[in-house]
Design a protein around this ligand. Structure first.
Ligand code: FES
Ligand code: FES
Length: 168
């Protein structure tokens, strides 16, 4: 079953089908709308943040078919037929994802604005097997900026989850 988030149709509009957090969504939107704006403004998924809106901060990171992307640089129309996971999709039943739990344990939150992007990036990084050392974590998280300087706590939280994985 799909649902539709549509407004008045214009000549520049396109129809886009996305699977967002496991749910089929049909959108009628301007072909120039970014995936970020589609999520925030058309689907009310405001957990994904807009920082720079030009690919420089990582606040808008989501997973597209399981791979992390900067949603401010992707057009929603280019994502037609693909699966998008946002921060809201990590805890669909209200039970926090292990990375979210680790971020809480390590007190990663300052202002929290970068946090959804950091968490989505961390989930992907762990999946990519890029958490072998603090240096590697720092390198592969370098696209996610934190103006509050929570980097040591972010690295510690990711290291925690990576260690759990290597023990199992
Ligand atoms: S908002 Fe997309 S990278 Fe900054
Ligand atoms: S916690 Fe404030 S920008 Fe990262």
């Amino acid at each position: 079953m799909t649902d539709t988030a549509a407004s008045t149709v214009r000549s520049t509009d396109v129809t886009v089908m996305l699977r967002v957090n496991g749910r089929a969504r049909r959108l009628q939107l301007d072909s120039r709308v970014t995936l970020l704006d589609a999520l925030r403004d058309h689907l009310d998924l405001t957990g994904t943040k807009k920082g720079c809106d030009q690919g420089a901060c990582g606040a808008c990171t989501v997973l597209l078919d399981g791979k992390r992307v900067l949603s401010c640089l992707a057009l929603a129309a280019q994502c037609d037929g693909r699966a998008v996971t946002t921060i809201e999709g990590l805890a669909p039943d209200g039970r926090l994802h292990p990375v979210q739990q680790a971020f809480i344990r390590h007190d990663v939150f300052q202002c929290g604005y970068c946090t959804p992007g950091q968490i989505m990036s961390a989930v992907a990084l762990l999946e990519e097997g890029r958490a072998g050392s603090d240096e590697e974590i720092r390198e592969f998280m370098s696209g996610n900026l934190c103006r509050c300087g929570a980097y040591p706590n972010i690295v510690a939280a990711i290291r925690d989850i990576a260690a759990l994985g290597s023990e199992s």
